[in-house]
Design a protein around this ligand. Structure first.
Ligand code: ADP
Ligand code: MG
Length: 314
């Protein structure tokens, strides 16, 4: 009892610490005006291309950022392909995701959707193509289902969609065990009646958001850092399956999936792995190709595997 209370306490504390959901994230970070016109978005997403993209964060408190967070990155993401972005902390992975979402525009170079500069599209319409889960998401004091669809529950269809998404992210069974099942109100306050989720459960609910949106572009920035390696592996397997070109019906859009993970074993499932180092995309290829190359990725992979084996032996 004491243990489980302490666990949920620390999880709640963590969730509070990471209390930055997309909305606050957007309002703090986005430097791009929301109310622009622009081209309508294409019916099908085929490619998302970074073309010699370099990026420096805008100046803060009058202080110019000298350092480039991204340097000459060129890469094309294809519909139906799953890409894992890996690299040490500060290597530019999250920055790349922020640029793809148009929270910022590149300092140099450009990003193209189906060959068209993303700055030409209506910003809101462009962002509607993207389902994201960030490492620092926030859950709200509303029901589990509403936390997934991110609006007040109005129709049975929305409820179905949320439940399916919870099933896909692996959260459904746990949510069904809450007092009012998926209609249980979540909270971070200790003194009211809502349920407080563990860090891992909260992450699965947050990932369900990007499934419920069913967007053609899925961007996941370390969505599983609170999960243990096995749970993370399972979550990645589901994500990979959902984005798998072979498994989507003919009328459905093949997804572009970009997933950041600090555990390389999870990224190994992706079609392509891109290794970032100090703002540059240094290596790209399948897990096998990069292992055979014996470069930075192979080195990191072997070191991580070794440290997991040591942990397991303790
Ligand atoms: P990663 O996600 O790979 O850990 P990031 O993309 O977050 O790396 O960071 C890349 C670089 O950009 C780092 O040097 C980081 O300090 C810097 N950076 C990240 N966010 C900001 C920001 N909002 N303002 C200024 N610099 C930032
Ligand atoms: Mg990051």
């Amino acid at each position: 009892m004491l243990i489980s209370f302490t666990n949920s306490l620390s999880a709640a504390y963590q969730n509070g610490l990471y209390a930055k959901n997309l909305k606050t994230f957007l309002s703090y970070e986005a430097k791009i005006p929301e109310d622009q016109d622009g081209l309508p978005i294409p019916e099908r997403v085929e490619t998302l291309e970074l073309k010699d993209v370099s990026f420096r964060y805008p100046e803060q408190d009058g202080e110019k950022q000298e350092k480039y967070a991204l340097k000459h990155v060129s890469y094309t993401f294809y519909a139906g392909k799953r890409t894992a972005l890996v690299g040490h902390n500060g290597s530019g992975k999250s920055t790349l995701i922020k640029l793809l979402m148009r929270l910022y525009d590149p300092t140099e170079g450009c990003i193209l959707l189906n060959g068209i500069d993303i700055r030409k599209f209506n910003l809101q319409a462009y962002r509607s193509l993207i389902g994201t889960t960030f490492q620092d998401f926030e859950l709200f004091s509303m029901s589990v289902v509403e936390n997934v669809i991110l609006q007040k529950l109005e129709t049975e269809e929305q409820r179905e969609r949320a439940i399916n998404a919870l099933r896909e992210s692996g959260a459904l069974e746990q949510m069904e065990h809450l007092e009012h099942g998926v209609d249980t109100i979540l909270t971070r306050e200790f003194d009211d009646n809502g349920a407080v989720l563990s860090g891992g459960q909260a992450q699965k609910v947050a990932v369900a958001r990007s499934f419920a949106k069913d967007a053609p572009i899925v961007l996941l920035d370390e969505p599983s850092s609170a999960l243990d390696p096995v749970a993370e592996y399972q979550m990645y397997e589901t994500i990979m399956e959902l984005c798998d070109a072979k498994k989507v019906g003919a009328e459905q859009q093949k997804k572009i999936a970009i997933i950041i993970s600090h555990r390389l074993s999870s990224g190994a499932m992706a079609d392509t792995i891109c290794l970032m180092q100090e703002g540059e995309m240094k290596e790209k290829g399948t897990h096998l190709e990069l292992m055979q190359k014996r470069g930075i990725y192979a080195d990191m992979y072997l070191k991580q595997a070794e440290s997991y084996l040591q942990d397991a032996a303790v």
